[in-house]
Design a protein around this ligand. Structure first.
Ligand code: 2HA
Ligand code: ZN
Length: 280
């Protein structure tokens, strides 16, 4: 079938465009990747034109031979829906998981996302820990979560608890919590290693002064996770802009009730007692 007619390609394009419409992808900001299922590879095989092998910049042996649909380096999310073949590509990994080659897309030249090492190392971690279920890795630049990294301690427990408190659905949507990566140079192996270490435990990691990194089983869950975290961050920014501190919030015992009602496990280390300052 025509590459652009395949459902996984259409879903990828829709998600990229949704992110653009949210305002999370100024210029060439952000990147998206999808680990393609075997039967989906078969659907589009006839479109492949295999380019030369290139080093990934890291090693992902467990992903040997896998195919990924990824956004292109320097390409704009804004263009993914209207110039798909110029903006994204499908890549194949070699038998060692050390090199990739483009098999479709980026028709005017270019490379996969500059964050390819982070994407692939995170795919490897999430694939292994989910028994193969996780397939999507998404990086975006949502303004509110980035703003919080300038005023909150860069610490998993503080970010998790504050974001959980701002919207009741949050502990249910990301019960494991949120990891925080201190500021690092983007695009290399170092940030990839730091992020993938956190993603052994979490589905979402904040990149200080930069953005957010999220993983999920499919496009809806991954986009929904990014959206939920950023919405919660937006509420926190609004609250902190109105006054210092919160007059009332969700308490540790209420989180425990929520966990029971929704059948999720919330780590106790995030349910610490807080000092509440009464203003009047
Ligand atoms: O420009 O977002 O982190 C792509 C990025 C790099
Ligand atoms: Zn970025």
């Amino acid at each position: 079938m025509n590459f652009l007619d395949a459902e996984f390609v259409r879903d990828f394009v829709r998600m990229a465009n949704d992110g653009w419409e949210q305002g999370w992808h100024e210029r060439n900001g952000g990147n998206l990747s999808y680990r393609v299922k075997e039967k989906e590879v078969e659907q589009v095989l006839e479109n492949f034109v295999k380019k030369e092998w290139q080093p990934i910049g890291t090693s992902v042996p467990k992903l040997a031979g896998e195919y990924f649909l990824v956004t292109g380096s320097g390409k704009y999310f804004r263009n993914v829906a209207i110039k798909t073949e110029d903006s994204i590509c499908m890549i194949e990994l070699d038998a060692k998981g050390e090199n990739y080659r483009i098999v479709w897309g980026l028709k005017n030249g270019g490379k996969p996302t500059s964050e390819l090492p982070s994407h692939l190392m995170n795919h490897e971690v999430k694939m292994l820990s989910s028994n193969g279920k996780y397939r999507v890795i998404y990086h975006a630049h949502p303004a509110n979560i980035i703003a919080l990294t300038f005023v909150m301690p860069l610490n998993d427990a503080v970010f998790t608890r504050e974001l959980w408190e701002m919207a009741t659905e949050c502990p249910v949507v990301f019960p494991a919590g949120v990891g925080v990566v201190p500021w690092m140079v983007p695009g290399g192996r170092k940030i990839a290693v730091a992020t993938s270490k956190l993603m052994e435990r979490y589905d979402v990691a904040v990149w200080a002064h930069h953005g957010l990194f999220a993983a999920g089983e499919d496009f809806d869950a991954t986009f929904g996770l990014m959206h939920t975290v950023e919405k919660s961050a937006e509420i926190l920014v609004k609250v902190l802009s109105m006054q210092q501190g919160k007059r009332q919030t969700i308490k540790p015992e209420e989180f425990r009730d929520l966990a029971v009602a929704f059948g999720v496990k919330l780590p106790e280390e995030f349910l610490f007692e807080k000092l509440v300052v009464k203003k009047d």
